[in-house]
Ligand binder design. Sequence first.
Ligand SMILES: NC(=O)c1ccc[n+]([C@@H]2O[C@H](COP(=O)([O-])OP(=O)(O)OC[C@H]3O[C@@H](n4cnc5c(N)ncnc54)[C@H](O)[C@@H]3O)[C@@H](O)[C@H]2O)c1
Length: 682
Amino acid sequence: MNIFKTTKKQATINKQPSTIIMTFQEQIQQGIPSQLPQPKPYETNINHAPKRKEILTDEEKKLALKNALRYFEPKFHAELIQEFKKELDEFGRIYMYRFRPDYEMKARDIAEYPGKSEQAKAIMLMIQNNLDYAVAQHPHELITYGGNGAVFSNWAQYLLTMKYLSEMTDEQTLTMYSGHPMGLFPSHKDAPRVVVTNGMMIPNYSKPDDWEKFNALGVTQYGQMTAGSYMYIGPQGIVHGTTITVLNAFRKINKEPQGGLFVTSGLGGMSGAQPKAGNIAGCITVIAEVNPKITKIRHDQGWVNEIHENLDELVARVKKAQETQEVVSLAYLGNIVEVWEKFDQENLRIDIGSDQTSLHNPWAGGYYPVGISFEESNIMMAENPELFKEKVQETLRRHAAAINKHTEKGTYFFDYGNAFLLEASRAGADVMSENPTLGREFKFPSYVQDIMGPMCFDYGFGPFRWVCTSGKPEDLQKTDEIACRVLEEMIQNSPEEIQQQMKDNIQWIKGAQENKLVVGSQARILYADAEGRMKIAEAFNKAIKNGEIGAVVLGRDHHDVSGTDSPYRETSNIYDGSRFTADMAIHNVIGDSFRGATWVSIHNGGGVGWGEVINGGFGMLLDGSDDADRRLKSMLFWDVNNGISRRSWARNEGAVFAIKRAMEVEPNLKVTLPNFVDDSLF
Ligand SMILES: NC(=O)c1ccc[n+]([C@@H]2O[C@H](COP(=O)([O-])OP(=O)(O)OC[C@H]3O[C@@H](n4cnc5c(N)ncnc54)[C@H](O)[C@@H]3O)[C@@H](O)[C@H]2O)c1
């Protein structure tokens, strides 16, 4: 049969009568419906994923269709094949839109989920939160964030996974192969309920086009960091991380944020957190953004205080704010290069500088050239990509030259993990160090090399998050209070080395309610070390046991101490050559899985791109039981100390301090310590 030929017969077999009304629970339990639901119109008011690159040959397209159809009974194939082919032609992927459920997509109270396992119900809640319209970037394409961070590749995978979760017991484990639920396998109650892998490729097949091809074939997906592991909690995570970075950047230059000036760019998905973080940290933020729509959205949301379109006015406004030490964030609607150049001409003192344009994607709209309007740029990148590339590289050279003028006058500039230095160097900009060492090739550090690595990760401080499964704001408030109390007790006896991190997080948790950062589920994030994470989790579990709050899901961002091996980001402050290895991330997920995690995940590419990083994480349900208490202690201790031991072996002094301290607390921990070599021997 020629599958590309349209036949008359395909018309209308077995459509589900629209009058049958099923409860939410019944729909979940049903999985893939036994009758075909009505096709769904393409909703234009929803933010959709862009059309993906045309990459498959005709033969491969047949394979993609065959792969998609294996989720359905043969009697439906003749009808579905045409529809799926149309999706593949129009969008470059088969999403199976028709199977999108009709119920509202959002995290519900855990009690509303059908099932035999509380742990499985918690996972259903987290999956739905990651696909909530208020949370997800392209909800109909099952993309949570970052343009391609997928929870699933198609709706059949979603339906089948939810069905498996609703019927599994605590003696089974569901294995997820890049969005595809392979099935339920017998295990035991201490095993993870779900094991997730995303984008695990044979290393030689891990180039960006391999993702395009194998994702289009329906056999792998890009899970980002927390999308494909069901642990994304909206913008709160990024605001917290950015606040910690800005605060510590000011400390790095021994200056109070009040009256200090932070200049950066980008008001997009993650970058848009910068002005809000600047306000929480207490400085003056100037942030350039070329896209008027995005600038307006951030202003309407209250994430940036003012918009300026005139550089002279902007300069006057900054001077006034510097004089009065006003805490304010000012968007400049225009190119960031203009800001750096103008502030140099005006001799405006910039204390901290960075950049968060999307330079991981420089030729397709991640970075806009100076001197050309936003609209013209969009036309040029499609119609004259060669010229566009030239303009981008010319701009990068000007951008770096202007930054250099400021750094010569004392500005502290850092790369924000957006490939600014890498692309600037490729463009021939003046960013290379005069005395390069292994891992310090550029004149400027990355934010992990100077800030997050030595100040946070090496001591075990990382993004610990939790979700209240009752969905009640009161529960979140109580958990905030518990976490704050635990940290305030701990700080009394904390060593000098970690006092500052403890203080920052106590201040954050105290202000958390008033910063109103909850989107979707009732979730919170803070940075804590191994001891802090364990103590907070233990206190939550007790409160659940006493009936003060409902069950809580624990998790973390993969951007953490142990979960991620990423040579230019999370592990960029590892200088023993091992930053190009990924043993730590793999050990982490294996270790978490046999120490009590409710689910574990390991991904290729999160944050910086397919093939560039291996990142992993976990989820853990606290239900107030003694089992949960045992598991949390065992797993969290490992989850943090694994990374500290590796950082310590790489001779990072903070990590040597932290692992020695951990060994004092836990006699069963025995870690190989490095001997330091006297440099004069060389
Ligand atoms: N926030 C973090 O903690 C963090 C951590 C690591 C990496 N990053 C990186 O930061 C980058 C930005 O992420 P995002 O999600 O915000 O991306 P995004 O694409 O949503 O936002 C980038 C914004 O920069 C604007 N822009 C591009 N060129 C410009 C120019 N020359 N002048 C002014 N504005 C310009 C774009 O219009 C866009 O709105 C990514 O590369 C990401 O990987 C962020």
